[in-house]
Design a protein around this ligand. Structure first.
Ligand SMILES: [Zn+2]
Length: 375
């Protein structure tokens, strides 16, 4: 991770670089910053900079042997600790290393993510991840190994507030008697749940939310959306890069869903069975998540259009594009079909979630909708 790849945060970057130049690198540091500020990315870039063989005034070289391993997050002296939970395949006392492949892939794809996105990535369903006592034993074991090749062994602990009591106390011991040339970089959004004794042994690096101008510049350079859409996303994100990406993604999903919904309704109204079969084909292969998302969207549109039909259009929550379509479409959703349609779509949604055959589910649903929409 290079500093230049991190959005904004010029001030913190300079401050971190200065600690290396002045040779006063604290052995335990706490990167405290709100979601989407880039606190994790900054910690990794800092660790890479410390171990870089040819750093410049403003960044790591990116090509020395240490950097090339850091760039892939596979440096043998770089260790990650993060909350984990049991999954379908890992059922007993999981530790971070059990999930290191997913962790690297997620980070390399985009180092801005929140806890929920991490849990989704490792598929722990609704469980809360923790950093367990086994994990602290793992850290001790790794730190007792001799340093492979770097100046510093680095342990990056993401969300240390998710440590259980035993793990936190073991960590405290390590912070009190730190092994030589070892750095603990902890990354959190909230110190409220951390042990005071740990906090008092770390140097605080406070990270602000990203400056909106920097965020906009970055998005313009890296994302191909119309300027106004990017400005809106920056406005809504309020310095949170995770949120900015979510807003852009949901715009994208929304326009995809609206487009698919409009064609589904048209094809049903015109009883175009061949067209419906092609429509079903277009829904296969978009992935379960987007299919589920579409079903939720369809239910919402049916509901909102029915509300319009009930003569209370001001209660309908629609975007401008959705309103355009619905202003002509709403008479078709009425008392004689709304419940049947909702029931049918609910049923399809249930089967999609249960991993049924998507092609059959969509086809079955559309053929039934043909009858209902004419009522
Ligand atoms: Zn380097």
């Amino acid at each position: 991770m290079l500093f230049k790849d991190i959005v904004g945060q010029q001030h913190v970057k300079q401050r971190l670089i200065q600690t290396v130049k002045d040779n006063r690198i604290a052995h335990a540091q706490l990167f405290l910053g709100p979601e989407g500020s880039g606190n994790l990315a900054l910690a990794i870039a800092y660790a890479q900079y410390i171990n870089c063989a040819n750093p410049t005034d403003s960044d790591s070289c990116g090509i020395c042997p240490s950097c090339s391993k850091y760039q892939k997050l596979i440096h043998p002296d770089l260790h990650f600790v993060f909350p984990v939970a049991t999954t379908k395949s890992i059922t007993k006392e999981p530790v971070s290393d059990d999930f290191i492949k997913q962790w690297r892939a997620l980070l390399l794809d985009n180092p801005y993510f929140n806890l929920l996105q991490w849990y989704e990535c490792i598929d722990v369903e609704n469980k809360q991840g923790i950093i367990s006592k086994n994990e602290s034993q793992e850290i001790i074991r790794k730190l007792n190994l001799k340093t492979f090749e770097a100046d510093y062994k680095v342990v990056i602990i993401w969300m240390p507030e998710r440590m259980n009591g035993v793990a936190a106390n073991k960590l405290l011991k390590m912070l009190e008697e730190p092994p030589e040339k070892t750095l603990f970089l902890m990354i959190t959004e909230n110190t409220g749940m951390m042990l005071q004794t740990i906090l008092s042994r770390t140097q605080l690096i406070k990270i602000q939310k990203i400056d909106s101008d920097n965020l906009l510049v970055y998005l313009k350079e890296h994302h191909n959306y119309p300027e106004q859409q990017l400005r809106d996303a920056v406005h809504l994100a309020d310095g949170n890069f995770v949120k900015a990406l979510q807003v852009l993604k949901s715009d994208e999903d929304n326009s995809f869903n609206l487009d698919r919904f409009v064609s589904l309704m048209r094809l049903c109204w015109t009883k175009d069975v061949l067209g419906l079969m092609q429509w079903c084909d277009s829904m296969i292969g978009i992935g379960r998540e987007r299919q589920k998302n579409f079903m939720g969207y369809t239910l919402r549109m049916i509901r909102e259009n029915f509300i319009m039909n009930c003569q209370v259009p001001e209660l309908a929550l629609l975007t401008e594009k959705e309103s355009d379509f619905s202003s002509k479409f709403f008479p078709y959703i009425n008392e004689s079909n709304v419940y049947l349609m909702v029931e049918e779509i609910n049923k399809a949604q249930y089967h999609i979630e249960a991993n049924g055959s998507d092609k059959l589910i969509f086809l079955d649903m559309s053929l039934k909708l043909i009858k209902m929409i004419k009522k």
